[in-house]
Write a protein that binds this ligand. Structure first.
Ligand code: GDC
Length: 342
């Protein structure tokens, strides 16, 4: 039901796979995408062990992308909540071992697992997989990711569960969170440009001084990477991110270009900023899989901007997102208009 898992579900469905079960804690009308022909299980809290056992019944492949998370504004202010996602991966692994016939278990880790002392400069060198240790992960969220990565490793070593782990670097794209407090910088900046144009304020707020750096991975690259990593024999966590490093100021330029405008910038220096610089070193993924995320930021941002612009228009027009009906004990839901679903 979330951004990445929703898109992954659609990809698998469109590639002809059947027997797909999508699970989320959110009620169905809050799912990012509802894919027709897929068994959708809403209102299902995967922190609860019994629920994991139920949804893993018969599973051959498990993709754990469930987490209480968000962009910097959320993770800096909700460290305990972020760490509670440890219950999800723990119970999912237990279920995978006990009830599934699991051939592959994918875990979505994050660049936040890396040692933060190596990320204190906007021009710092790109992070290699071995830079996670000695450990000094991003407080709260990052430590949970690091711990859960290790749990995957030990479930593989001790119980033979074929776990695969990717460390995502800031994923963005259509159908992602674009407002409400959990959004990341790409969507937030698109939204701010749209609002500034709409309201005529001609100004946008940027957290920090805008010189902090990141790389951003477009959703399609992320999905391809998940598929490749899951079905590879790469046992250790692998970077899954773009190596196109930009400052947040450059990201804001790109959002403005997508909106065909130029705004005055209001730098909010006391806002959540996270690390000063972060990039993905893709040497290993190139070496092992012969591929790396490569969709240019300008291309992905143009698509993301256009989608957020439509959501914003639809919201103003009061359009509905998902329609549901009940058939026996099952709830069947479908999109009214895929392009309109926020
Ligand atoms: O939120 P995020 O995209 O996450 O922020 C990137 C940078 O952009 C931060 O320095 C932030 O201060 C700046 N920024 C400027 N304006 C704004 O309006 C804004 N909104 C947001 N959100 N940021 C703004 C993320 C984590 C993820 C995840 C990835 C992995 O950290 O939040 O959960 O796992 O990293 O790479 P970011 O890149 O710090």
């Amino acid at each position: 039901g979330g951004f990445i898992a929703g898109a992954l579900t659609r990809r698998f469905k469109e590639n002809g796979f059947t027997n797909i079960r999508a699970v989320d804690i959110k009620p169905i009308d809050q799912w990012y995408q509802v894919v027709e022909g897929v068994e959708s299980v809403p209102d299902c809290d995967l922190q609860i062990k019994e629920n994991c056992y139920k949804v893993c019944e018969g599973a051959v492949e498990i993709y754990n992308l469930a987490a209480d998370m968000g962009g910097m504004g959320f993770i800096e202010n909700n460290k305990a909540r972020c760490m509670l996602s440890v219950l999800i991966n723990t119970h999912m692994l237990m279920a995978a071992k006990d009830v599934g016939k699991v051939e592959r278990y994918f875990y979505a880790s994050s660049a936040c697992a890396y040692n933060t002392t190596l990320q204190q400069d906007p021009n710092c060198s790109a992070l290699k997989e071995e830079d996670a240790y000695p450990a000094m992960a991003e407080d709260g969220y990052g430590w949970e990711k690091l711990f859960s990565e290790r749990m995957c490793r030990h479930y593989r070593e001790d119980y033979g569960i074929e776990t695969r782990v990717a460390r995502f670097h800031n994923v963005y794209g259509p159908y992602g969170t674009w407002d409400g407090g959990r959004e990341k910088a790409p969507a937030a900046l698109c939204r701010k440009v749209i609002i500034a144009k709409d309201s005529g304020s001609n100004e946008m707020e940027i957290w920090g001084d805008g010189e902090q750096s990141r790389s951003f991975m477009y959703i399609d690259d992320c999905l391809k990477g998940i598929d490749m990593i899951t079905h590879s024999d790469v046992l250790e966590p692998l970077n899954l991110g773009s190596s196109e490093l930009v400052t947040i100021n450059r990201l804001a330029d790109i959002a403005e270009e997508a909106g065909g405008t130029k705004l005055k910038r209001d730098y909010k220096l006391d806002a959540p900023k996270g690390v000063r610089g972060r990039n993905s070193d893709n040497t290993k993924i190139m070496e092992l899989l012969g591929w790396e995320p490569s969709i240019p930021l300008t291309e992905g941002m143009a698509k993301t901007y256009a989608w957020i612009d439509r959501q914003s228009e639809d919201r103003k027009a009061g359009k509905q997102k998902v329609s549901c009906r009940t058939k026996g004990r099952r709830k069947i839901c479908g999109r009214i208009d895929l392009g309109s679903y926020a």
